[in-house]
Write a protein that binds this ligand. Sequence first.
Ligand code: MN
Ligand code: MN
Length: 291
Amino acid sequence: MPEKLIFADADFDYHTSRFVLFGVPYDRTSSFRYGSRMAPNEIRKASYNFEAYSMNDDVDLKTVGMHDAGDIDCEANLEGVHASVMDVVSSVIGDARLPLMLGGEHSITAPAVSAMGPLGDIGVIVLDAHMDLRDEYLGERWGHACTSRRVVETTGVERYVSIGIRSASKEETEFAAREDLHFYTVDDVRSMGVSRILSECFEHIEVDRIYLSVDMDVLDPSFAPAVGNPEPFGLTSSEVRDFIRALSPHLVGFDLVEVAPEYDCGETALLAASLLRGLVSARCSERAGSR
Ligand code: MN
Ligand code: MN
């Protein structure tokens, strides 16, 4: 392992990279289990478990141009951290690279999506057990439980879909119904399958440039026990992998959030690292429709 901990095979320098990975070790709006500030480095460590070569995609991750830019300084308050997220995402997309953001908790998605403004119309797809549509939670409008509400205010309901939902407050359910917000439950995923849901998503969103946010609690806790707010009856690791891989070629931005590493023996960070590596290899693969 190199001296400075970086994600495996992300040792290209910024100027020659296609993918820019960075961590946001921030968890101060968490509401049940803290510790997602440890996730970026735990996911980096876990990434060394895997082969650089993807047999699925016939892609060698050593050659694809990943740069690990390290972590954003999260000493500031929420506003300051969100401002830094916006700055980093703006410059990465300004340089025509794909930002891959590792949380931290889910509040960081809203500023990342705001930073996508210069790209024009984009769609946002969120994989999450929770709606995250509260207007405020514990007196905070920009916390993790409000992140999708802030995103929808940026994109409009016509460019937003969430998948894997199985928990919401009455207020959020009413908001979703009133605004005709598109979301799919876990049961919808089971009955429709990943590809039918994604074709409906593209029909709804009408643009094929997508920001994808993966809240790891979308997974069933048997696959990802170490998350901030575990919610039983979730998606399988294969379903989440299939969503990420199918969306990969369309992505303009990506984040993976809410891993709280202390709550398992490392398997959630391993899964997170593997999902991220699958995203990158799927995007670089020349095998059409590879799985
Ligand atoms: Mn969330
Ligand atoms: Mn969640």
